[in-house]
Write a protein that binds this ligand. Structure first.
Ligand code: ZN
Length: 412
C-alpha cells in the first residue's frame, strides 16, 4: 500500500509553466464557456494529460508526448468533484487506452482497479463516479515511482545490511539521485553475479513490479532465497530513466534517442553510471544481464509476456524460456513459444537504427553468460489479468529460473 502525497514538495516546472497554474487555466473553462462542474488535471505523481475541453459529461483529452518522436500512449490524471456523474473520456489523437480500460484509483494511488473496463475502446472510456468520490485518479498503467521502490525497501527493512544495501548510481540530468542496490551475497566476492534493470522506457511500469518480484525471490525465507544470499550478488538499477519516471514522460522514442538506445553515445548519466559500475564492481564479468520492459497495448507481442531474442543468442534464450515455463507458478501464463525470434515483427536490424541498445552493448562489452530481456504486457497476458501481484509472482518465478540457469551452467 502506498500513499502518494497530493503534491510533491515545491512546484514542478514544465515548459516553463507551473503545472498547477497551467491546469487551473484549462479546467475552469468548458466548451460552453461556463465553468465546468468538475476538474481534470495532471497534479498527481507522474501526471501527464492535456485537457482540451469539458463538454457536459464528455471530456476531451490527449496524452502529452513532450520530447517523444511519433506517438506513444502514457497518460495519468485526476478528476475532482465528479461524484455521482457518469463521464465519458475521449482521447482525441492516437490509441491510448489499453485492453482493460484505464487503471482507476479511488484512494490516491494506494490501490488500482480496472473498473472502467466495460465499454472502453482504444481511445475512450466511460466511468460512473461513486457518489462519494471526491477525487479519482486514472492512468494508462499502474504507476511505479520512487515512492513504490522506497515502500518495497521499507517492507524489507530488517534485511538492510544483511541481504541488501542501497546507494546512488549517479545524479540524473534534472538533479535527482538515481538509485542502485545490491541484493543477495553482499561479501563482494560472490560465486555468481547478476545485473538487473528496468525503465529505460519510463512508461513501462509493470516491468518494475516484475523486478520487485525477482528481488523478493532473493530475500525470501525459502531455499531459493537462501541460495541466492549465499551464492549470488544481484546488482540492480530500478529506474534507468529516473527523471522520466518521476515526471510522467513517455520515454519511448525520446529525442534524440531514448535511454535504451544510448549505448554508443552515452548521453544519459544513467547509461554512463551502469557502464562504470559494472566495470568497477564486477570487472565486466556477469553470469546474467537482464532488462525488463513493457510492449505496446494490443495484439500479438503485446498481450502476452515474452523474451526478446538476439541474433547471436537464440539457443540460450530458448533454453532459459523453457526452464521458466516449466517452473512458473504464477498467472502470467508465459509460453516460450511466444518469445519473439530474431527477424520477426519489430525485432530486426531496422529496429536498431536509432542507436545501440543496451543488450547489444552488453553482448559486445561484457563477459556475460546470458544477456536477456523480458516484455511484460500492461493489462492482459494470454487472457489473464495483469496485476501488481501477478507481476511479482512472475518475478519470483524468474528468480527461480535464474537459479536453475546458474546451477545448470556448471559454475555453482
Ligand atoms: Zn521498453
Amino acid at each position: 500500500m502506498i500513499y502518494y502525497p497530493l503534491m510533491r514538495k515545491g512546484s514542478r516546472l514544465y515548459k516553463g509553466r507551473c503545472i498547477a497554474a497551467a491546469c487551473a487555466l484549462a479546467l475552469h473553462f468548458s466548451a460552453s464557456g461556463g465553468e465546468a462542474p468538475f476538474t481534470v488535471d495532471r497534479n498527481i505523481p507522474a501526471g501527464n494529460i492535456e485537457l482540451e475541453k469539458i463538454d457536459g459529461d464528455t471530456v476531451y483529452v490527449h496524452q502529452e508526448l513532450r520530447d517523444t518522436e511519433g506517438s506513444w500512449f502514457y497518460w495519468a490524471f485526476r478528476v475532482k468533484g465528479a461524484g455521482g456523474r457518469t463521464v465519458e473520456f475521449r482521447f482525441t489523437r492516437t490509441v491510448a487506452v489499453g485492453t482493460r480500460g484505464p487503471c482507476v484509483s479511488l484512494d490516491r494511488g494506494r490501490t488500482w482497479n480496472y473498473s472502467a473496463e466495460q465499454g472502453a475502446t482504444r481511445k475512450s472510456f466511460v466511468y460512473a463516479f461513486p457518489a462519494d468520490a471526491e477525487e479519482v485518479w486514472f492512468c494508462q498503467t499502474i504507476p511505479y515511482l520512487q515512492a513504490d521502490w522506497d515502500a518495497f525497501l521499507a517492507r524489507h527493512e530488517a534485511d538492510r545490511g544483511k541481504a541488501f544495501e542501497t546507494g546512488v548510481l549517479c545524479r540524473s540530468r534534472k538533479g535527482r539521485d538515481v538509485e542502485r542496490a545490491v541484493f543477495g551475497d553482499l561479501s563482494g566476492s560472490p560465486k555468481h553475479r547478476i545485473f538487473l534493470s528496468a525503465r529505460r522506457h519510463c512508461g513501462e511500469t509493470m516491468a518494475s513490479y516484475v523486478l520487485e518480484g525477482v528481488l523478493e525471490g532473493v530475500l525470501a525465507e525459502d531455499e531459493t532465497g537462501a541460495w541466492f544470499r549465499r551464492s549470488v550478488e544481484v546488482m540492480v538499477v530500478p529506474f534507468m530513466d529516473k527523471d522520466g519516471c518521476e515526471d510522467g514522460d513517455q520515454g519511448k522514442n525520446r529525442r534524440p534517442h531514448d535511454h535504451n538506445r544510448d549505448y554508443a553515445d552515452f548521453i544519459y548519466p544513467e547509461s554512463r553510471g551502469i557502464r562504470d559500475w559494472i566495470a568497477q564492481r564486477a570487472g565486466n564479468r556477469l553470469d546474467i544481464f537482464f532488462d525488463f520492459h513493457c510492449p505496446w497495448l494490443y495484439g500479438d507481442f503485446n498481450e502476452f509476456a515474452y523474451q526478446v531474442h538476439e541474433k547471436s543468442t537464440a539457443e540460450k534464450t530458448s533454453r532459459f524460456g523453457r526452464m521458466l515455463e516449466a517452473l512458473q507458478s504464477g498467472s502470467m501464463a508465459y509460453r516460450e513459444k511466444d518469445d519473439i525470434r530474431w527477424g520477426v515483427g519489430w525485432n530486426t536490424e531496422r529496429n536498431y537504427a536509432a542507436g545501440r541498445p543496451v543488450k547489444a552493448w552488453a553482448l559486445e562489452t561484457l563477459k556475460c553468460g546470458f544477456v536477456g530481456s523480458f516484455e511484460i504486457p500492461f493489462a492482459t497476458a494470454n487472457g489473464k489479468v495483469v496485476t501488481r501481484e501477478s507481476c511479482r509472482e512472475f518475478g519470483r518465478d524468474i528468480a527461480r529460473a535464474f537459479r536453475k540457469w546458474m546451477e545448470a551452467d556448471g559454475r555453482d
